[in-house]
Design a protein around this ligand. Structure first.
Ligand code: HEM
Length: 495
């Protein structure tokens, strides 16, 4: 037995030494020592953005991890993020596709996962930038956002009269979904007054983001991917099919209306059905339509709801910031009852709050994973072709070299500072940067500011007694979107 154990030990340690020797010859960025076969998988933990930030403090701003067979390079400072997302944007703008999102072949049609070399990806980005997120389109859809925010106010008002707490993420998620669905196909997809009944769509979206963000053996050991050992691809396929059914219903309804000669609605669905911008003047077929609608709903709702929930969690624990925001609103809005999007430019403190929330709680803490298209030199190291490349924007937001008292919620740090989140300042990158930057950012920013301004202006907020006594649980739940592990509930009092 001793001989047997000694042999195993010898084999393992030789593999270990050989691996290190090979790595140093390949000139990979440094990283923690890794075990044969599993590599650094055990280093990831339940909250990988935090574990990776801790490892980067020891191993440097550009670090290599072995996740099973997958070589992963992580950039953890503003400078290394600039290298990946700007200087070498072309080399790193393909995606490292998680096996789970191959469910129903979603990755082969999705804007979020196709490589930029794909003409379909370019056509989708152009279509969305021009027809959905361009300033004139967003201005034209302003009345929809006003109406949806008004419905949110009425709902919160009703809960406050009943003395019931508001589940912040749930009501904002529902509002964001309806705002998107009304912009896209002129109909609500969820019901604020019957969240249980309409919750299926929301549940599938939240689960999709959580499942797709989970560490998956199929990604780390491609040989076992066909077996889908954690059943993540299977789980996503079930959810995707439910989404398909809901979206198909909307698509078919519109097609019937158009065949019956009903007047156009002039919404995004009409644009999509008339679109002939693919190669050879082709339009989008049913599978392409579904994938695009899924991209928009999946990428647009949970991210906005998470931003809002973190903002409220911080404000409820920092009453002086909450009071300053409300004073500013009183000054700028005066005696008007409704806030317009055109007011947002004057709400400097509110804007600073949103930036501070993005710094401390970026909804996508590791952005979406990139992949090296070719072996690329980065800061004197070589990032091998096929490596997964990630940017830890969560770590950048808490970098003590960039921010004073980085753990403290202090919106004032942004006042009078010309720093933005639009992908030019690498200290603050909630939407990423470069050609893969979030295309929905212009809509997201209007939604988040308008909802936050309105709910702070129309209501006074406090924590339920037991939460007040025990403190807000700021624990995190990791997925592609980083959410609060315990949903935040708060009591609203109309003003
Ligand atoms: C991609 C963040 C809202 C649609 C992304 C990425 C991030 C992000 C970090 C990946 C960027 C990269 O890899 O560099 C956010 C945040 C939001 C938000 C923080 C809200 C606060 C939205 C909205 C939509 C949207 C409202 C659309 C309705 C997309 C799409 C992609 C994307 C389609 C994939 C783009 C591609 O890979 O080419 N988003 N997003 N996002 N986002 Fe957003």
């Amino acid at each position: 037995l001793v001989l047997y154990a000694t042999c195993i030990l010898l084999v393992v340690s030789s593999l270990y030494v050989l691996r290190h020797f090979a790595d140093s010859r390949r000139n990979l960025p440094p990283g923690p020592p890794s075990w044969p076969l599993i590599g650094n998988l055990l280093d990831l933990g339940a909250l990988p953005h935090r574990s990776l930030a801790r490892l980067a403090e020891r191993h440097g701003p550009l670090m290599t991890l072995r996740l099973g067979a997958l070589t992963t390079v992580i950039a953890s400072t503003a400078d290394t993020a600039r290298d990946v997302l700007q200087r070498h944007d072309a080399a790193f703008s393909a995606r490292s596709v998680p096996d789970a999102v191959r469910a129903c072949a979603y990755d082969s049609l999705s804007m979020g996962w196709l490589p930029p070399s794909s003409p379909h990806w370019r056509a989708l980005r152009k279509l969305c930038s021009g027809e959905l997120f361009a300033p004139h389109r967003l201005d034209a859809h302003q009345s929809i956002r006003r109406e949806k925010v008004q419905q949110l106010v009425s709902h919160v008002d009703r809960l406050s009269r009943e003395g019931a707490p508001v589940d912040i993420s749930l009501v904002v998620f529902t509002t964001a979904l309806n705002l998107l669905s009304c912009t896209i196909f002129s109909a609500d997809i969820a019901d604020l007054d019957d969240i249980g009944g309409s919750g299926q769509f929301m549940a599938v979206i939240s689960e999709s983001l959580q499942v797709a963000g989970q560490p998956n053996l199929s990604d780390f050991f491609p040989a076992v991917a066909p077996l889908d050992p954690q059943r993540l691809r299977k789980r996503l396929a079930v959810g995707f099919k439910r989404l398909h059914a809901i979206l198909d219903e909307q698509i078919e309804r519109r097609m019937r209306e158009r065949t019956a000669g009903e007047p156009p609605k002039n919404d995004f669905m009409d644009v999509l059905l008339d679109y002939r911008g693919l190669e050879d003047g082709r339009g989008l077929d049913r599978e392409m339509l579904r994938a695009l609608l899924m991209d928009l709903f999946i990428a647009g709702s949970d991210t906005s709801a998470a931003t809002f929930e973190w903002a409220m969690a911080e404000l409820l624990q920092n009453p002086s910031s909450m009071a300053k925001a409300r004073e500013e609103l009183a000054q700028v809005i005066g005696s008007r009852s409704e806030i317009e999007e055109s007011d947002i430019g004057q709400l400097k403190y509110l804007q600073a709050i949103v930036k501070e929330v993005f710094r401390l709680h970026p909804p996508a803490p590791l952005l979406l994973p990139r992949q090296a298209e070719a072996t690329t030199e980065l800061r004197g190291y070589m990032v091998p072709k096929g490596a997964r490349v990630m940017v830890n924007v969560w770590a950048i937001g808490r970098d003590g070299e960039l921010w004073s008292e980085p753990e403290r919620f202090m919106p004032e740090r942004f006042l009078g500072k010309d720093m933005d989140y639009r992908g030019r300042d690498f200290e603050l990158l909630p939407f990423g940067s470069g050609r893969r930057i979030c295309p929905g950012m212009p809509l997201a920013m209007r939604m988040v500011h308008l909802m936050l301004a309105t709910l702070l202006y129309r209501f006074e907020w406090k924590l339920p007694k037991e939460v007040e006594e025990n403190g807000v649980d700021m624990g995190e739940k990791f997925g592609i979107v980083l959410a609060l592990a315990t949903p935040l509930e708060a009591l609203a009092e109309p003003v």
